[in-house]
Design a protein around this ligand. Structure first.
Ligand SMILES: *Cc1c(COP(=O)(O)O)cnc(C)c1O
Length: 352
């Protein structure tokens, strides 16, 4: 740190992304990417014309993408906001709506506490229940920025739409952000509620279910007024926040949406296979509705299992937070990836 850094940021802890190691080839199950490539339409979208157009600034309104998303999700394009990954949207949500403070689960996506600190939003972190679930009633009447990942990460547990609606209804003077990074893997989206409630922002990403983590594309749905607030911050920082290539591939992907939704079904099958196999080996496995399983065994510590899997060429994610340090988060890959993972675990634990 230099002595020039704004003192506001001196004590702040930055987010630590999952590893992207280059030392050897791993079965990479640590950052919840899709094992499937982008669709053919995406490969074809980066053509000469798009490259030649890089000379020009891209469309700051992302008009084509907003219209297509509006069509697919049956909302008006002025209820859609786009950004370079959903992290950017969450950042803006804390910046725009966190003035009176923010509240989110103590165990959730690690970026929430970083954004709260970054924007000086007084954070209230609500512990999970003993079974790692979220008790919605603990979020009633806060009337500040409420942020819930649904399904939650890294527990994988889903709240029903009724529970989400109750949180939204009971916080009329605060914005409720529902981070639906994993909703395509078996959850019910809160999107239909945006017509009824002007304090609801639903945040989505291309990174998980649409095989495009590296393209950096996220989108959000909310009332036109909430969207206008986010636009205002965008035009005050980087109007061209979604580059031309990303806009092109984002649009192309939506033209082959069936491909991605089929991949989600395959991942759900592979998830259930993995959960069943791990339970058979005595693991405690949460009822994940995401593209990862969250599992622990009493035969070995979470940290040790992480390390031993890594030696076997399988990379998973371990969190050292005390409440969940016995668990590992294992991204669901192809069936072959998951079979290899289960075999490696049997070998490590000397089972069968
Ligand atoms: C992966 C993830 C994100 C970030 O997605 P990007 O669009 O890649 O920035 C946001 N929220 C949760 C809960 C996630 O797991």
């Amino acid at each position: 740190m230099s002595r020039y850094l704004n003192s506001r940021y001196a004590e702040m802890e930055a987010y630590v992304p999952g590893e992207q190691p280059r030392d050897k080839k791993y079965i990479k199950l640590n950052t919840n990417e899709s094992p499937f490539p982008p669709s053919r339409s995406v490969l074809e979208a980066i053509d000469r014309a798009v490259i030649e157009d890089l000379r020009l600034y891209c469309d700051p309104t992302c008009r084509a993408l907003r219209e297509k998303l509006g069509e697919i999700y049956s909302v008006s394009p002025d209820c859609v906001y786009l950004a370079g990954g959903s992290d950017d949207i969450l950042n803006f949500a804390f910046m725009a709506f966190g003035e009176k403070g923010s509240v989110y689960p103590a165990i959730s996506y690690g970026f929430y506490s970083v954004f709260a600190a970054l924007h000086g939003s007084a954070a209230e972190e609500i512990p999970l229940e003993d079974d790692l679930s979220i008790d919605p009633s603990k979020y009633y009447g806060k009337n500040k920025l409420v942020v819930i990942a649904n399904p939650n990460a890294p527990t994988g547990l889903l709240l029903g739409l009724d529970a989400i609606e109750q949180i939204v209804v009971s916080n009329p003077d605060g914005v409720v952000v529902i981070d639906e990074a994993y909703i395509d893997f078996g959850g019910e989206s809160a999107l239909p509620l945006i017509e009824k409630y002007d304090n609801l922002l639903v945040v989505r990403t291309y990174s998980k279910s649409r095989s495009m983590a590296g393209a950096r594309l996220g989108f959000a749905f909310g009332s036109p007024e909430l969207i206008a607030d986010l636009e205002k911050l965008k035009y005050s920082t980087n109007p061209y926040n979604v580059n031309a290539m990303t806009q092109a591939v984002g649009l192309a992907a939506l033209c082959e949406d069936d491909y991605y939704m089929q991949n989600c079904r395959t991942i759900i099958e592979n998830r259930e296979y993995t959960a069943t196999e791990l339970r058979r080996l005595g693991f405690t496995v949460t009822d994940s509705k995401t593209n990862f399983v969250f599992a622990k065994t009493d035969k070995m510590s979470g940290a040790e299992l992480y390390r031993r899997l890594r030696e076997e060429g399988i990379l998973v994610r371990h969190f050292s937070t005390p409440e969940i340090c016995e668990y590992n988060r294992i991204t669901v890959g192809t069936l072959d990836d998951m079979k290899a993972t289960v075999s490696a675990i049997k070998k490590i634990l000397e089972l069968e």
